[in-house]
Design a protein around this ligand. Structure first.
Ligand SMILES: C[C@](O)(CO)[C@H](O)COP(=O)(O)OP(=O)(O)OC[C@H]1O[C@@H](n2ccc(N)nc2=O)[C@H](O)[C@@H]1O
Ligand SMILES: Nc1ncnc2c1ncn2[C@@H]1O[C@H](COP(=O)(O)OP(=O)(O)OP(=O)(O)O)[C@@H](O)[C@H]1O
Length: 300
């Protein structure tokens, strides 16, 4: 086999509970991940060296050297296998860059799956998950897909049972936000308010809403502890979130570290109406309709 193409979804966080800052610079989380139908595609082709090319949505903002998370994934996999494999990766991006939807992590997960296949390694999921955790906190979930709760840095995963499909509208913003900067702003705001940071816990009502496939109940339970920090760093997000609520979204929140905002709709038709109203309100660079949960990386 000379070439393998893998399609990989974006994520939104349905609950992001951020615990105290740890000594290693990370935060313990309860992170309810949900994979949605916005996809990047990664094609891996056998080659002697390691190279990457990026095409599509905001490709110019993605590095085409060893800083690219997909190349780092291929290098980590070759190291794990103990061989000096080569690969050319072509990444076709649709997931917004630095948008809080884990696009880089998705590409890394896709590269792990594609190279595992291309190089005939046959490594099991558990090995790939271990390599993924070293690449970034979101990468293990990007390998898994579906809906799952992540603890620790977000890398320790338990898949969740979900009934049916949820319909979403995503409002894209101009420019990205740095994940590390948003966490640091969250710490700063908490300290300024003298807030005692609680140990993060999964929302029982949120898990029940997922099990029941109850969009209305889910909408009321969406929470993101990074949202105040993201809004502080990008004030315009307050207006975007307000517009979603005014236009009848069941729930509105910043996706992960932002600046993409996520709005839950009642149905596919309602998502279409909501996207049209938000477009007219002029509160986003672009709007994308998607559904979840969807499976993780898939060879196409
Ligand atoms: C905001 C989320 O996307 C929600 O899923 C993730 O928590 C971020 O995951 P990620 O982008 O894979 O993040 P990493 O590459 O592991 O870490 C980037 C930076 O984010 C901060 N970080 C990340 C994860 C975590 N549990 N605590 C943190 O404080 C740290 O400053 C870290 O240096
Ligand atoms: N394959 C990649 N795709 C996108 N960005 C990448 C990639 N490799 C490295 N990067 C760098 O990582 C930064 C963050 O990109 P990414 O799109 O993953 O952010 P994000 O969606 O906010 O992440 P998260 O939701 O995991 O916090 C970008 O600014 C870019 O420079």
């Amino acid at each position: 086999m000379n070439s393998v193409t893998v399609r990989v979804p974006a994520k939104v966080n349905l609950q992001l509970a951020v615990g105290p800052l740890r000594d290693d610079g990370y935060h313990d989380l309860v992170n309810v991940f949900h994979a949605v139908s916005i996809f990047d595609e990664v094609t891996a082709t056998a080659e002697t060296g390691m190279s990457v090319r990026v095409e599509g949505e905001s490709a110019d903002q993605v590095p085409e050297d060893d800083d690219n998370l997909a190349i780092q994934a291929a290098l980590a996999l070759a190291r794990h296998a103990g061989r000096s494999y080569g690969v050319n990766l072509i990444i076709r991006k649709s997931i917004p860059v630095a948008g809080g939807m884990a696009g880089g992590s998705a590409d890394a997960a896709a590269a792990l799956v594609a190279c595992n296949e291309l190089w005939g390694l046959g490594l099991p999921m558990d090995d790939l998950l271990e390599i993924a955790a070293d690449l970034g906190s979101d990468v293990p979930f990007a390998l898994l897909g579906g809906t799952a709760v992540g603890t620790g840095r977000g890398e320790r995963l338990t898949p969740l049972e979900v009934a049916g499909t949820f319909h979403w509208v995503f409002a894209l913003a101009d420019g990205g936000l740095s994940t590390a900067t948003v966490y640091a702003e969250c710490d700063r705001m908490r300290e300024a308010m003298g807030e005692k940071v609680a140990w993060p816990r999964a929302g029982e009502s949120l898990l029940a809403a997922l099990r029941a496939g109850d969009a209305k109940a889910l909408g009321a339970e969406l929470t993101n502890d990074l949202q105040p920090a993201a809004v502080m760093l990008r004030r315009s997000l307050a207006r975007t979130l307000d517009a979603g609520r005014e236009q009848g979204a069941l729930g509105s929140l910043v996706s992960g570290s932002g600046p993409t905002c996520a709005f839950l709709a009642e149905s596919e038709a309602h998502a279409g109406e909501l996207a049209a109203s938000l477009k007219s309100a002029g509160v986003a660079r672009d709007l994308i309709i998607a559904h979840g949960p969807v499976p993780g990386p898939t060879v196409v």
